[in-house]
Write a protein that binds this ligand. Structure first.
Ligand code: NAD
Length: 343
């Protein structure tokens, strides 16, 4: 394995893609998060890149992601363009030897993810962290600690819910699986320390609020290699807000995420509590923590967090689920051999 490359002083970050998600990352990295500053941004929409750069002292807007990666002031790169653009950008960052934080999905297909795994393996050191931020959420961390400590005995079942108020207009038929359930797929692997072996997709009656070509809601049924059964309801036009639930059922008890509301209001004969508006609200602390860890890892030259391999494994399960959606039958998940770099 090649020697680590540390970054002395403040890490100069280049952000590629400054839409909803990239702008959030740029805001965090450009102010408040110790040890980093944003020095360059790019977006397919140059006016948007310029507008974001103006809000970040010392940052300049560049025309392309390739220019950001090549810029001397850029020590490390954030890729938050849509998934279809990730492979080319992450490959370029690896070729330049620059650490890269890539939003999920790592790439749209397992084959594309494996090309990134191969490039990183050839580089001889981990350079990529994937944006599976739920691993940094206080609730999920407590849940994992409880399972690891044996508090509920061996896990048998897991129930998950992933609801968004509304999906963007460009959401395709597969995106409830590849973009939304991708988070649950990663959490299942991380929390149970197991791999998904088989997946089925159940499509109930379509919500009248979903476009005609979007199967919404849908349910993923997964079986892990150890035989744990996992159900995930994905409902991306639920109307009322953003809600995430997770419960693990073990032999001697269950453990689940608690409500994230700070208050309960009792008024006029009712008890109410607020629901998060969207993922920025619900996972704000997790985004802070994942980027803080990324900056620390860049400074010490040792990549941490969800890896290229995790991005690949999630894509392999998502691809099998997309096949199951079309066939109506269970699909097996085949994983390639895991390179030593990710052991
Ligand atoms: N981790 C999370 O919770 C989370 C939440 C939201 C989005 N995401 C991920 O972040 C990524 C972006 O999603 P979003 O919601 O911000 O989308 P968005 O459409 O709001 O923003 C994407 C931006 O990328 C730009 N862009 C497109 N192609 C580009 C290219 N080749 N080079 C540079 N810029 C390009 C677009 O002009 C746009 O400004 C996706 O991969 C998405 O899955 C992750």
């Amino acid at each position: 394995m090649k020697s680590r490359r540390r970054v002395e002083g403040t890490v100069g970050v280049g952000v590629i893609g400054v839409g909803l998600c990239g702008r959030e990352h740029a805001r965090r990295l450009g102010g408040g998060l110790p040890g980093a500053r944003v020095v360059a941004v790019a977006d397919a929409d140059l006016a948007r890149a310029r507008a974001v750069a103006e809000t970040l002292p010392g940052a300049r807007a560049l025309a392309t992601g390739a220019e950001v990666i090549a810029a001397a002031a850029v020590d490390a790169v954030v890729v938050a363009a849509p998934g279809a653009a990730h492979e080319e950008l992450v490959l370029a960052a690896i070729a330049a030897g620059k650490p890269v934080f890539c939003e999920k999905p790592l790439a749209p297909t397992p084959a594309a993810c494996l090309r990134l795994v191969a490039a990183e393996t050839a580089a001889g050191r981990r350079l990529v962290q994937v944006g599976f931020m739920r691993r940094y959420d206080a609730g999920y961390l407590a849940l994992r600690r409880a399972v690891d400590a044996g508090e509920i005995g061996p896990p048998l079942l897991m129930h998950c819910v992933h609801r968004n108020a509304t999906a963007p207009a460009w959401f395709t038929r597969e995106m409830p699986i590849t973009d939304s359930a991708a988070h649950e797929i990663d959490i299942v692997r991380w929390l149970l320390r197991d791999e998904v072996a088989e997946v089925t997709v159940i499509v109930p009656r379509r919500s009248g609020h979903a476009p005609a070509d979007l199967p919404d809601p849908l349910v993923l049924l997964m079986r892990t290699r150890a035989g744990v059964r996992v159900d995930v309801e994905v409902f991306v036009n639920c109307q009322y807000g953003y809600e995430i639930r997770c419960e693990v059922v073990g032999e001697t008890g269950t453990v689940s995420l608690a409500s994230t509301a700070d208050v309960l209001v009792r008024r006029a004969g009712r008890v109410t509590s607020p629901v998060a508006a969207d993922w920025r609200d619900r996972f704000a602390g997790a985004y802070d923590a994942e980027l803080a860890e990324w900056v620390r890892s860049v400074r010490c030259g040792r990549a941490a967090g969800p890896s290229c391999w995790d991005g690949y494994a999630a894509a392999a399960v998502a691809r099998a689920a997309c096949g199951a959606l079309e066939s109506g039958r269970a699909a097996d998940v085949e994983l390639a051999e895991r390179p030593f770099l990710y052991e």
